[in-house]
Design a protein around this ligand. Structure first.
Ligand code: PGA
Length: 246
């Protein structure tokens, strides 16, 4: 695992956007593993600019998102389907909607849906570059502490701390989803290359635990030590402890 502190949020996001661009340029049929959350908003803004400047055609690019909420419709303002379209897909005309994949959290049969998604990942994959955020509790995707490192795409319950972290996006507490479909830890580790991005003091504790090197299901992100090609991209505030915020 390579740990790279790029100092600022802007530089860290630029690195990730640029690595995605390089992947797309190196293979116009690339498979990208995409993530949502506040962390990735700036990455996608920068990626949109880079793709526009370089006039890149995206029509043969396949994308897989990590997760989607259960209990809200795909077109709900806070669904990850909406997030991805608002922040990335709608800004560039050449994405091929048929090659954009998110789990369907409104599927009638969730067991069929998780199997469909994992099978599709196997058929279209492996993912060339998977980008990841990290939860304050160390989750990756919605794989919360305690999740087996062998897990595949499944229906997951969100922990109270994740529900609270997400509640800032919803008008009422009742609306905040308590379940999601998430790619599993094993599904994530099938990617050829993984880039985890974390910035800001709220992530410092999870990063400090990750950097101890201990591999434990208490910190799902520590499963990344079992993968041969992982970079952890940080800013000063995620790298330092919260008290040392600068
Ligand atoms: P955030 O979420 O980017 O909104 O902090 C990251 C995550 O939970 O993986």
């Amino acid at each position: 695992m390579k740990i790279i502190n790029l100092g600022s949020k802007e530089e860290a996001c630029h690195y990730v956007a640029n690595e995605l661009l390089k992947q797309i340029i190196s293979n116009k049929k690339s498979v990208l593993g995409l993530a949502t959350g506040g962390t990735m908003v700036r990455v996608y803004e920068q990626l949109v600019n880079l793709i526009r400047i370089n006039e890149i055609d995206l029509s043969e690019i396949t994308t897989f998102n990590l997760d989607e909420y259960i209990g809200i419709d795909y077109d709900h303002p806070e669904s990850y389907y909406t997030y991805m379209h608002d922040v990335l897909f709608n800004h560039l005309p050449t994405w091929n909607e048929e090659k954009i994949h998110l789990p369907n959290g409104s599927a009638e049969n969730l067991q069929e849906e998780i199997k469909r998604y994992e099978d599709l990942l196997d058929k279209e994959g492996p993912v060339d570059v998977q980008i990841l955020g990290i939860g304050e509790n160390g989750h990756i995707g919605f794989n919360e502490p305690g999740t087996s490192f062998d897990s595949l795409t499944s229906v997951v319950g969100l922990t109270q701390s994740t529900i609270e972290a997400n509640s800032r996006y919803f008008e009422t507490k009742e609306e905040v989803p308590e379940q999601a479909i998430s790619m599993g830890i094993h599904s994530i580790l099938k990617a050829k290359r993984i880039i985890l991005l974390a910035y800001g003091p709220k992530k410092a504790d999870a990063i400090r635990k990750l950097l101890t090197g201990e591999i434990t299901t208490d910190l799902p992100a520590s499963a990344l030590y079992n993968h041969p090609n992982v970079e952890v991209i940080l800013d000063n505030n995620a790298y330092l402890s919260e008290k040392e915020e600068i």
